[in-house]
Design a protein around this ligand. Structure first.
Ligand SMILES: *[C@@H]1O[C@H](CO)[C@@H](O)[C@H](O)[C@H]1NC(C)=O
Ligand SMILES: *[C@@H]1O[C@H](CO)[C@@H](O)[C@H](O)[C@H]1NC(C)=O
Ligand SMILES: *[C@@H]1O[C@H](CO)[C@@H](O)[C@H](O)[C@H]1NC(C)=O
Ligand SMILES: *[C@@H]1O[C@H](CO)[C@@H](O)[C@H](O)[C@H]1NC(C)=O
Ligand SMILES: *[C@@H]1O[C@H](CO)[C@@H](O)[C@H](O)[C@H]1NC(C)=O
Length: 504
């Protein structure tokens, strides 16, 4: 009885009574429960371990024979989808005999990352996302623009909001756009795009190749948060700045789309505004789906980026420096280009370097197997082949891979058939590379299009000025589609487990 080990046993016996009486009417009620207790060599405390939270994690506790209740350090990474606070005055509070009530919590938990669903529009092949904006909130469809300076929205199509705020000339948001243009007076009724003393900028629609001035303003904006495994709750940015555009500017955008989401390298782009408001690293990742029937994602913030079947794609990133181009497309030296550039030192096809001043379109002479027949070109492509003798692999059509060799020989971006070839018409595969227009100044050596980026995870890490890329995820037996579906599925699953009804 007086041996040291009897002490915890007595305790356990009392604890058991409490637990079993609170279990209620469950039919398969355990008759007894047990905890292992160890004596800590250093502190001589009696320590036990329980499991808690969703997903379950082990939690070590010191036994306190006279303690009123269990307490746990919530500052040390407490994460659980099933945690429920006890509302003031509820039965659990009465159990503690407490009338203390926290009416407002000062430190709201900030999301670590945000996520947007991206679908490929079947007709225009634009990558389209949807956000919510304004008061009351309305859904707004936007075409992604990787090199776009900021978000712009058509304000001519029934923009109504009680929370819209114009940006006064010379204010900090105007400086963010590096604009000195100021609309001093607008002679219609005040409305978004018609305020006095408001700064303006010229958003561009590079699909329709047009630009026109519009006013800068801010409005409420909502987006889903994420932890890279689940799509989580909707969070709000009270003032997200964007430029108002017109019906004319929105020409050529996919059906239902009323603006563009600029993801470029500026201080006003969507990634820049979201990371500064939520205070996470200025980083975003793009995973575009090749299918028009299933979605890919844009992910703002740090990884993981978990794709089905439980592949954390952030672990397979190879990095290359992002290069700032001091010249915009218009050839204007001053503002840096919002577009992302990487340094390609050579291009290899089937591991053989091609001479740099030859056009990529010589791929047919160089590298295609002899039995693959060249057929007449399908515009706009310059190298088309009969697909008859081209095999099919997990990585797309079995054609020579193209390597973009980057900062040194061992760092290259390998482009496989799925990203290098398109089916231009039945039984005809074309190299999905078109010659750059030469009437533009300055000319870019190589521009990677959406097709080259599909089912690749790309991370634009602006805090470290580098681009992370995975090469084709198909080689890892996953795709970008698995991101959204998997996370969304996880979210439903965790809510079901926690007994919450689905929002949708
Ligand atoms: C709860 O608090 C009240 C007033 O402080 C006291 O009278 C009562 O005995 C307490 N009940 C318990 C169960 O501790
Ligand atoms: C802008 O100022 C002018 C001149 O003061 C005024 O006539 C006009 O109504 C104002 N416009 C708006 C939108 O407030
Ligand atoms: C803003 O413009 C000035 C001059 O036009 C230029 O020197 C500066 O680099 C620009 N800043 C950004 C962020 O583009
Ligand atoms: C490479 O470019 C130079 C100058 O533009 C030209 O003289 C030369 O013939 C080109 N070589 C090939 C192999 O195309
Ligand atoms: C090539 O670049 C990578 C990343 O910058 C670096 O880790 C590696 O050591 C470099 N290799 C050589 C041979 O320079």
């Amino acid at each position: 009885m007086s041996s040291p080990s009897s002490f915890p046993l007595i305790f356990l016996c009392c604890f058991l009574l409490f637990v079993s009486s609170s279990l209620g009417k469950t039919t398969t009620r355990p008759k007894a429960l047990v905890l292992q207790v160890t004596k800590d060599a250093k502190t001589l405390q009696y320590v036990t371990q329980v499991s808690q939270r969703t997903p379950l994690v082990p939690v070590k506790l010191t036994l306190d024979l006279g303690g009123e209740y269990m307490w746990v350090n919530c500052e040390r990474g407490y994460k659980s989808s099933s945690y429920r606070p006890a509302t003031c005055g509820s039965a659990p509070c009465k159990l503690l005999n407490t009338t203390a009530c926290d009416t407002a919590c000062k430190t709201t938990t900030r999301p670590k990352a945000l996520v947007l669903q991206v679908t490929k529009d079947a007709k225009t092949l634009q990558y389209v996302t949807q956000v919510s904006q304004r008061t009351p909130l309305v859904p707004v469809k936007l075409t992604l623009d990787l090199g776009g300076e900021y978000m712009w929205v058509n304000c001519e199509r029934g923009y109504k909001s009680s929370s819209y705020r114009p940006a006064t000339c010379g204010s900090a948001p105007c400086k963010l756009l590096n604009t000195t243009a100021c609309d001093t007076a607008c002679y219609s009724a005040p409305a978004p795009d018609c305020y006095n003393n408001t700064c303006s900028h010229s958003p561009s629609n590079n699909i329709a190749n047009r630009g026109t001035p519009g006013q800068l303003g801010a409005d409420v904006f909502t987006i889903r948060s994420s932890n890279g495994k689940n799509v989580l709750r909707v969070v709000t940015v009270p003032r997200l700045y964007f430029v108002c555009a017109t019906n004319w500017l929105a020409d050529g955008l996919a059906s239902g789309v009323t603006g563009m989401a600029g993801l470029g390298w500026t201080g006003a782009s969507l990634p820049a505004q979201l990371s500064s408001y939520f205070r996470f690293d200025r980083k975003f990742a793009l995973c575009l789906s090749s299918s028009t029937r299933a979605s890919g994602v844009v992910f703002f913030g740090n990884g993981p980026y978990t794709l089905l079947p439980n592949v954390d794609a952030s672990l397979s990133l190879t990095y290359t420096p992002l290069i700032q181009n001091p010249i915009t497309e218009s050839g204007f030296v001053g503002d840096a280009s919002p577009k992302y550039f990487i340094g390609v030192t050579s291009i290899k096809i089937n591991d053989k370097p091609i001479k740099f001043n030859k056009t990529l379109l010589t791929i047919d002479e160089e590298a295609m197997p002899k039995n693959v027949k060249k057929v007449s070109n399908v515009k706009p492509f310059g190298a088309c082949f009969s697909s008859k003798n081209i095999g099919s692999t997990r990585l797309g059509p079995a054609v020579p891979s193209i390597d973009l060799v980057l900062q040194n020989k061992s760092v290259y971006w390998r482009i496989y058939g799925a990203n290098s070839m398109v089916e231009a018409k039945k039984n005809v595969l074309c190299l999905a590379i078109v010659e750059a227009r030469k009437d533009f100044r300055p000319r870019f050596s190589v521009v990677l299009g959406g097709h080259q980026l599909e089912d690749n995870l790309l991370q634009f890490d602006l805090s470290k000025s580098r681009l992370g890329f995975t090469s084709s995820l198909l080689g890892r037996s996953t795709t970008c589609v698995n991101g959204w579906l998997y996370w969304k599925g996880n979210w439903r699953q965790s809510k079901m487990e926690a007994g919450i009804e689905s929002e949708e």
